[in-house]
Design a protein. Structure first.
Length: 438
């Protein structure tokens, strides 16, 4: 990473939001381009991740990309391809362009048709409208008040599939409530102008029950081609929430499926079951931050696990993904969580990481700009400080790569842009918007 000296000075001396926005604009007008060689380096998790074993990258072809010892060696994979896939290397040279920096804990990205991109700022609860051609990003008015702290705040942003005619935008966020908070999804109409704003905001989903936690609320939004909206929901980290992850009377630890107006599809798997919340689509999740549809419109998720237990799952309606009953990890204290990695009726992950990568967003590449990457899975790695690339064949992971490790940055988000480039957000209080192109 290179930061221009004048920008460093500006960062030190100038703290106002206005100045930060002009800085972003200045940076976007003169993007910093670096050519990224694939390097094999030691990757260090950020402070406080509590990993006993740090992820380590440095394989030769045919050997696993991960060379560090597992944190839970007594847990063995259920099948050969379930962890430590052989390393693959990207043959296509690519460059990294820094389009903006000084973003404050960004989380979600959504591209508008034509030009422009929405970026959420988690803690501050701001929705920014940024341009990719150097124009100054502006704050969109009309965003609901959020409980912004730690992992919570304003999270994902998604455009309605009929955005071209409806201008409807969906936001997920930690909603402040009596007795704590909970994830909510609001939809509103975007009105371009000075300033741009959201109007006619209406909450279409509220995760229940309310708990007091700043962690593990999920928050990823994925629209299916049939118009239904998937929302990923975490179990809040605290024990009171964790024990609800497989409970059909609770939204915690679930993926739910709703219609764009907030009503529940009649063909949801538990819609006719007494005592079950009808919005539930799948259960037994810890904290799903990455979700994407593949070419067959199947839902895949990258799930933040405990120490040694991050997972990639293929989601099917009504299935139970096992948290906290089964899994491959352990508590960050080193204590045991699971008696076993398998149980009848509980789904196995397609892949797991021990040590963990700490997955943020997941995107499945479908564009032509990088033919080599077509169909590959890309995961924004937080503690692993890598863009994780997975090659799948017949729903098994047959190759893994860790990209951008030399930058030593936590990656929060990755998304495919309209022209087929990959766009990334780094994490934290001085975060960047990056673009990967051939
Ligand atoms: Ca699981």
């Amino acid at each position: 990473m290179r930061v221009l000296p004048k920008d460093v000075q500006m960062l030190r001396t100038c703290g106002t939001a206005l100045c930060a926005l002009s800085l972003i604009a200045a940076c976007a007008a003169d993007p910093v381009v670096t050519h990224e060689p694939e390097q094999q380096v030691q990757v260090r998790p950020a402070d406080g991740e509590g990993q006993a074993t740090e992820p380590r990258v440095g394989p030769s072809n045919g050997q696993p990309v991960e060379t560090a010892p597992p944190n839970v060696p007594e847990f063995k994979p259920a099948f050969a391809e379930q962890t430590r896939a052989p390393a693959v290397h990207t043959q296509t040279p690519f460059k990294v362009t820094e389009l903006a920096h000084d973003l404050d804990n960004p989380w979600g990205i959504a591209f508008l048709p034509g030009a422009g991109v929405f970026i959420t700022e988690k803690i501050a609860g701001r929705l920014l409208l940024a341009s990719l051609d150097g124009a100054k990003p502006v704050e969109v008015q009309g965003v609901p008040r959020v409980a912004g702290a730690d992992q919570g705040g304003l999270l994902d942003v998604a455009l309605s599939p009929d955005y071209a005619t409806s201008q409807l935008v969906y936001l997920s966020y930690y909603e402040p409530r009596e007795g704590g908070n909970g994830l909510a999804v609001v939809r509103a109409r975007f009105v371009a102008g000075t300033p741009p704003k959201l109007e006619r905001a209406r909450v279409v989903f509220r995760m229940q029950p309310t708990l007091d936690s700043t962690k593990h609320a999920g928050g990823r939004l994925v629209f299916a081609p049939d118009g239904a909206l998937f929302i990923t929901l975490g179990e809040r980290s605290i024990l009171q929430g964790r024990v609800q992850a497989r409970d059909l009377a609770s939204d915690l630890g679930k993926i739910v499926r709703i219609l764009p107006d907030g009503t529940i599809p009649k063909d949801n798997p538990f819609s006719a079951r007494a005592g079950a919340r009808p919005e539930i689509y799948s259960l037994g999740h810890r904290n799903v931050l990455g979700a994407a549809l593949d070419a067959q419109n199947r839902l895949w998720v990258a799930e933040m696990g405990p120490r040694g237990g991050d997972e990639l799952n293929l989601i099917q309606p009504g299935k139970d993904y096992g948290w906290p009953t089964i899994g491959y990890g352990e508590e960050y204290s080193g204590e045991r969580i699971h008696q076993s990695t398998q149980a009848p009726g509980l789904e196995q992950p397609v892949y797991y990481w021990d040590p963990v990568i700490s997955p943020g967003a997941l995107t499945i590449y479908s564009a032509d700009l990088f033919p080599e990457w077509k169909g590959n899975f890309f995961i924004a790695g937080l503690s692993s400080q890598a863009l994780v690339r997975l090659v799948l064949k017949a729903d098994r992971v047959v190759g893994e790569a860790r990209l951008l490790t030399s930058r030593k940055e936590r990656f929060r988000s990755v998304v495919q842009g309209p022209e087929g480039a990959l766009y990334l957000l780094t994490d934290g209080s001085n975060a960047k918007l990056l673009r990967l192109t051939p």
